[in-house]
Design a protein around this ligand. Structure first.
Ligand SMILES: [Zn+2]
Length: 751
């Protein structure tokens, strides 16, 4: 490779090397030269380092521009860029420019990110470099690089581009910078958008913590409809938005936060944040006092919120004219205001999309609520941003097939038409969310330019990311989309297994065939084979979870799906550094692959090993999940029973209807059925309520199986069986051991 040693060094973050960039002189064997300003700023140094490091990997032999060698790249506000008039302070923030003049190439842009974006666009658009995800990049093998005359520029369409997660890992979010997300990431990565103290969402309780003020000032907090008492706190209540004292206290707090941020950041030489979030707590307990109800009548709840936020924002307008107060339109405030109420000019509204069908786009007939909300809010808020969800949340169902990618462009374009300022695009769980890499690619591209051809982006991804398997993977995705539309599938942000009933057994069979063909097309070549196997995780999990719910876990196709999951998925997850993630999913894989209990062989059962049971929140000290060789399932929930009389005999368990508030069926056992190991406790037969219900498994009710996210059980008739073991002095005469209840499985046998 004909590049000097200095240039081939991976030089990220090495100050001594960065200092060399002010003038690197081309040696005879170096095909190009990189120049940055004599007094380069951190982002300019970083931009030059990026260019150097990637070109070192990309170029072998010659590098030419329009046929000319001896190319010089001018990165940042260099003398050459200044001479041509392309200076960061005179270009719009985040605009980037790539332009050649003979053998001289300018890579620069506006503000602190323009030069970085010019470099990443150059690498991506002209050198073939790809950042598929925070964990996978592609650099074409070293080869001569013949570039055309260069003249490209652009500026991201949306001012705020946040993708959560995927912003900060690895290395503090350097990949996020490369794909032009602009959440704040330090000066070397170009800074970015940041919120002021005390946080960026659900901040009511951070401004006026109920734990601190509720006792002295109950009137600041929401009057609960249920209890007729004042309630506050992140999960219990809101603020009373009409209370004058509450408003005065909020104004004082906002001023405090702004002043403290400015003082702190001045010391560090960092620009102060301009956006302060004041938004509702994450619950539905809005204030029902007479004044608040009257204001809601007049303006809607969102209008009352705007009245409150406008008032707070007006208190800082004169002293801090550049500060914007951000608030949520979320849950009860998503519905737009009426009665002429508008957001003040120094207020930004962040509209959340909580009610849509996640499998469809903004023009889907199911999603008129959000589309109408967007239109109405865009008319009453000068600044509007969007908080959307590419993810579904029900824990074990996250990552089931969700062919939403075909509609992303519609959503981003409609938001651009409505003048949306930016996005918080929530897309967690890269290790299991369906087609996370494809969607990340589309999200980053379309946030930057919603007018890009979405089909072309998808083809590019399929061709380059899956190689020879791309066609088959795309056919599989289209098959899912056609099925979802034909059967009008609706997948909410908290779906049930039944939300995926639009994927028929025929679709699954056709999908498996396509993915088997896709894997064959990779010829075992990595990374393509692993990527195709990752595509199949969603379908295989659907097969296993559905079989578990319908009593077909022993069928060959199900066993094959479980075996594939066990063989592949844990290894793929190792790339994701978040602690606890791997173990939680390993548990799920183990539960999915578990054979049905021998006692119920040949019967149609719904089988719930411990991984599907809630061990009990709030008393973790006395309840835990442990390995237990005596258990047929290998794992059990272990409850310390000496501390509470609720665990005394008789042992009573049953099924409780949480809406009708009555036990559907229950049974008491005067003493354990076995003094040696597990026994099956048969509760009896019952029809599952068609609403929230729990099977309670101990006397405190903490350990339970909820049917809330298991709608596929609703209305069906089952006999209910709990596998439990009792040890220690409370249960076994003569024992001196601590008393414990062990529960390892709940089985429902269809009647
Ligand atoms: Zn009130």
């Amino acid at each position: 490779m004909k590049i000097s040693v200095r240039l081939t060094l991976p030089c990220f973050g090495v100050a001594a090397v960065a200092a060399c960039f002010c003038a690197i002189v081309a040696a005879a064997d170096v095909p190009f030269e990189i120049r940055s300003p004599q007094d380069a700023k951190p982002h300019e140094k970083r931009a030059a380092q990026e260019l150097s490091a990637y070109l070192a990997r990309r170029v072998a032999g010659s590098l030419t521009v329009a046929g000319r060698g001896g190319v010089t790249f001018h990165v940042g506000d260099t003398p050459f860029a200044r001479e041509k008039g392309y200076v960061s302070t005179r270009m719009p923030d985040e605009q980037w420019l790539i332009r050649s003049y003979g053998k001289d190439v300018i890579l620069n842009g506006g503000g602190t990110r323009g030069a970085l974006y010019a470099v990443s666009h150059f690498l991506e658009d002209f050198c073939g470099v790809r950042w598929w995800s925070p964990h996978e990049e592609f650099v074409p093998p070293p080869a001569p690089l013949a570039l055309p005359r260069l003249d490209a520029s652009g500026r991201p369409a949306f001012r705020l581009r946040t993708l959560y997660t995927g912003m900060h890992e690895p290395n503090g979010g350097e990949v996020a910078m490369r794909v032009r997300l602009n959440d704040y990431r330090g000066p070397a990565l170009g800074g970015g958008f940041r919120y002021g103290s005390p946080g960026s969402c659900h901040t009511f309780d951070k401004y006026l913590p109920a734990a601190k003020h509720l006792k002295e000032h109950p009137e600041w907090y929401s009057l609960s409809k249920d209890s007729n008492r004042r309630v506050g706190g992140q999960h219990a209540g809101q603020l009373c938005l009409t209370d004058p004292g509450c408003r005065t206290a909020m104004k004082a707090r906002l001023k405090e936060f702004i002043e403290k941020d400015r003082a702190d950041l001045k010391k560090r030489g960092v620009a102060p944040p301009l956006v302060y979030d004041i938004s509702e707590n994450d619950n539905w307990n809005y204030c029902h006092c007479t004044n608040c109800l009257a204001a809601c009548e007049r303006w809607n709840l969102s209008g009352l919120l705007l009245d409150f936020i406008n008032d707070i924002a007006s208190s800082v307008r004169d002293a801090y004219p550049d500060v914007i107060v951000n608030t949520f339109a979320y849950h009860g405030t998503e519905k737009p205001p009426k009665g002429g109420k508008r957001a003040a000019d120094n207020v930004m509204v962040r509209l959340c999309n909580t009610q849509s069908n996640r499998a469809g786009g903004i023009f889907d007939p199911d999603n008129t609520i959000f589309r109408d909300n967007l239109e109405a809010w865009s008319k009453v808020a000068k600044r509007l941003s969007i908080w959307d969800y590419a993810i579904t949340y029900t824990r074990e169902l996250t990552g089931l097939p969700l062919p939403s990618e075909f509609y992303y462009a519609d959503s981003f374009r409609e938001c651009a038409v409505r003048g949306v300022f930016g996005f918080f695009w929530e897309h967690e769980s890269p290790h299991k969310a369906d087609m996370w890499e494809l969607k990340y690619f589309l999200e980053t591209k379309l946030m930057e330019n919603p007018l890009l051809d979405s089909d072309e982006l998808i083809y590019t991804f399929m061709r380059e990311y899956y190689g020879a398997a791309g066609d088959k993977v795309l056919q599989y995705r289209r098959l899912l989309d056609v099925a979802r539309r034909a059967r009008k599938g609706f997948v909410s942000w908290f779906p049930a297994l039944s939300s995926f009933s639009w994927v028929t057994e025929d679709d699954i069979a056709a999908g498996q065939t396509l993915l088997t063909d896709a894997e064959r097309a990779t010829n075992g070549e990595e990374p393509f084979q692993s990527r195709v196997r990752r595509v199949r995780v969603g379908l295989d999990r659907l097969v296993c979870l559905r079989a578990r719910a319908s009593g077909r876990a022993d069928e060959p196709a199900v066993r094959a799906a479980a075996a594939r999951l066990r063989a592949f998925w844990p290894g793929w997850m190792d790339r994701y550094p978040k602690k606890g993630r791997r173990s939680a999913e390993d548990e799920l894989v183990a539960a999915i692959g578990l054979p049905p209990p021998q006692r119920f062989a040949g019967k149609r059962i719904c089988d719930f090993p411990v991984q599907f049971i809630n061990p009990g929140s709030g008393n973790e000290k006395s309840v835990r999940v442990v390995d237990d060789p005596e258990s047929e399932a290998g794992r059990a929930i272990q409850v310390d029973a000496d501390g509470s009389d609720h665990y005394n005999l008789p042992y009573t368990i049953g099924l409780y209807d949480q809406v009708a508030r009555r036990a559907v069926v229950k049974r008491s056992f005067p003493k354990p059925l076995s003094e040696a190991g597990y026994a099956w406790y048969d509760i009896g037969e019952a029809q599952m309520p068609t609403n929230r219900a729990v099977i309670w498994l101990t006397g405190t009710w903490q350990t339970s199986l909820s049917t809330r996210d298991k709608k596929e059980l609703y209305g069906r008739r089952f006999s209910i069986h709990v596998s439990a073991k009792f040890t220690g002095r409370k249960y076994c005469p003569g024992s001196d051991e601590p008393s414990r209840i062990w529960i390892d499985r709940v089985v429902l046998v269809e009647q």
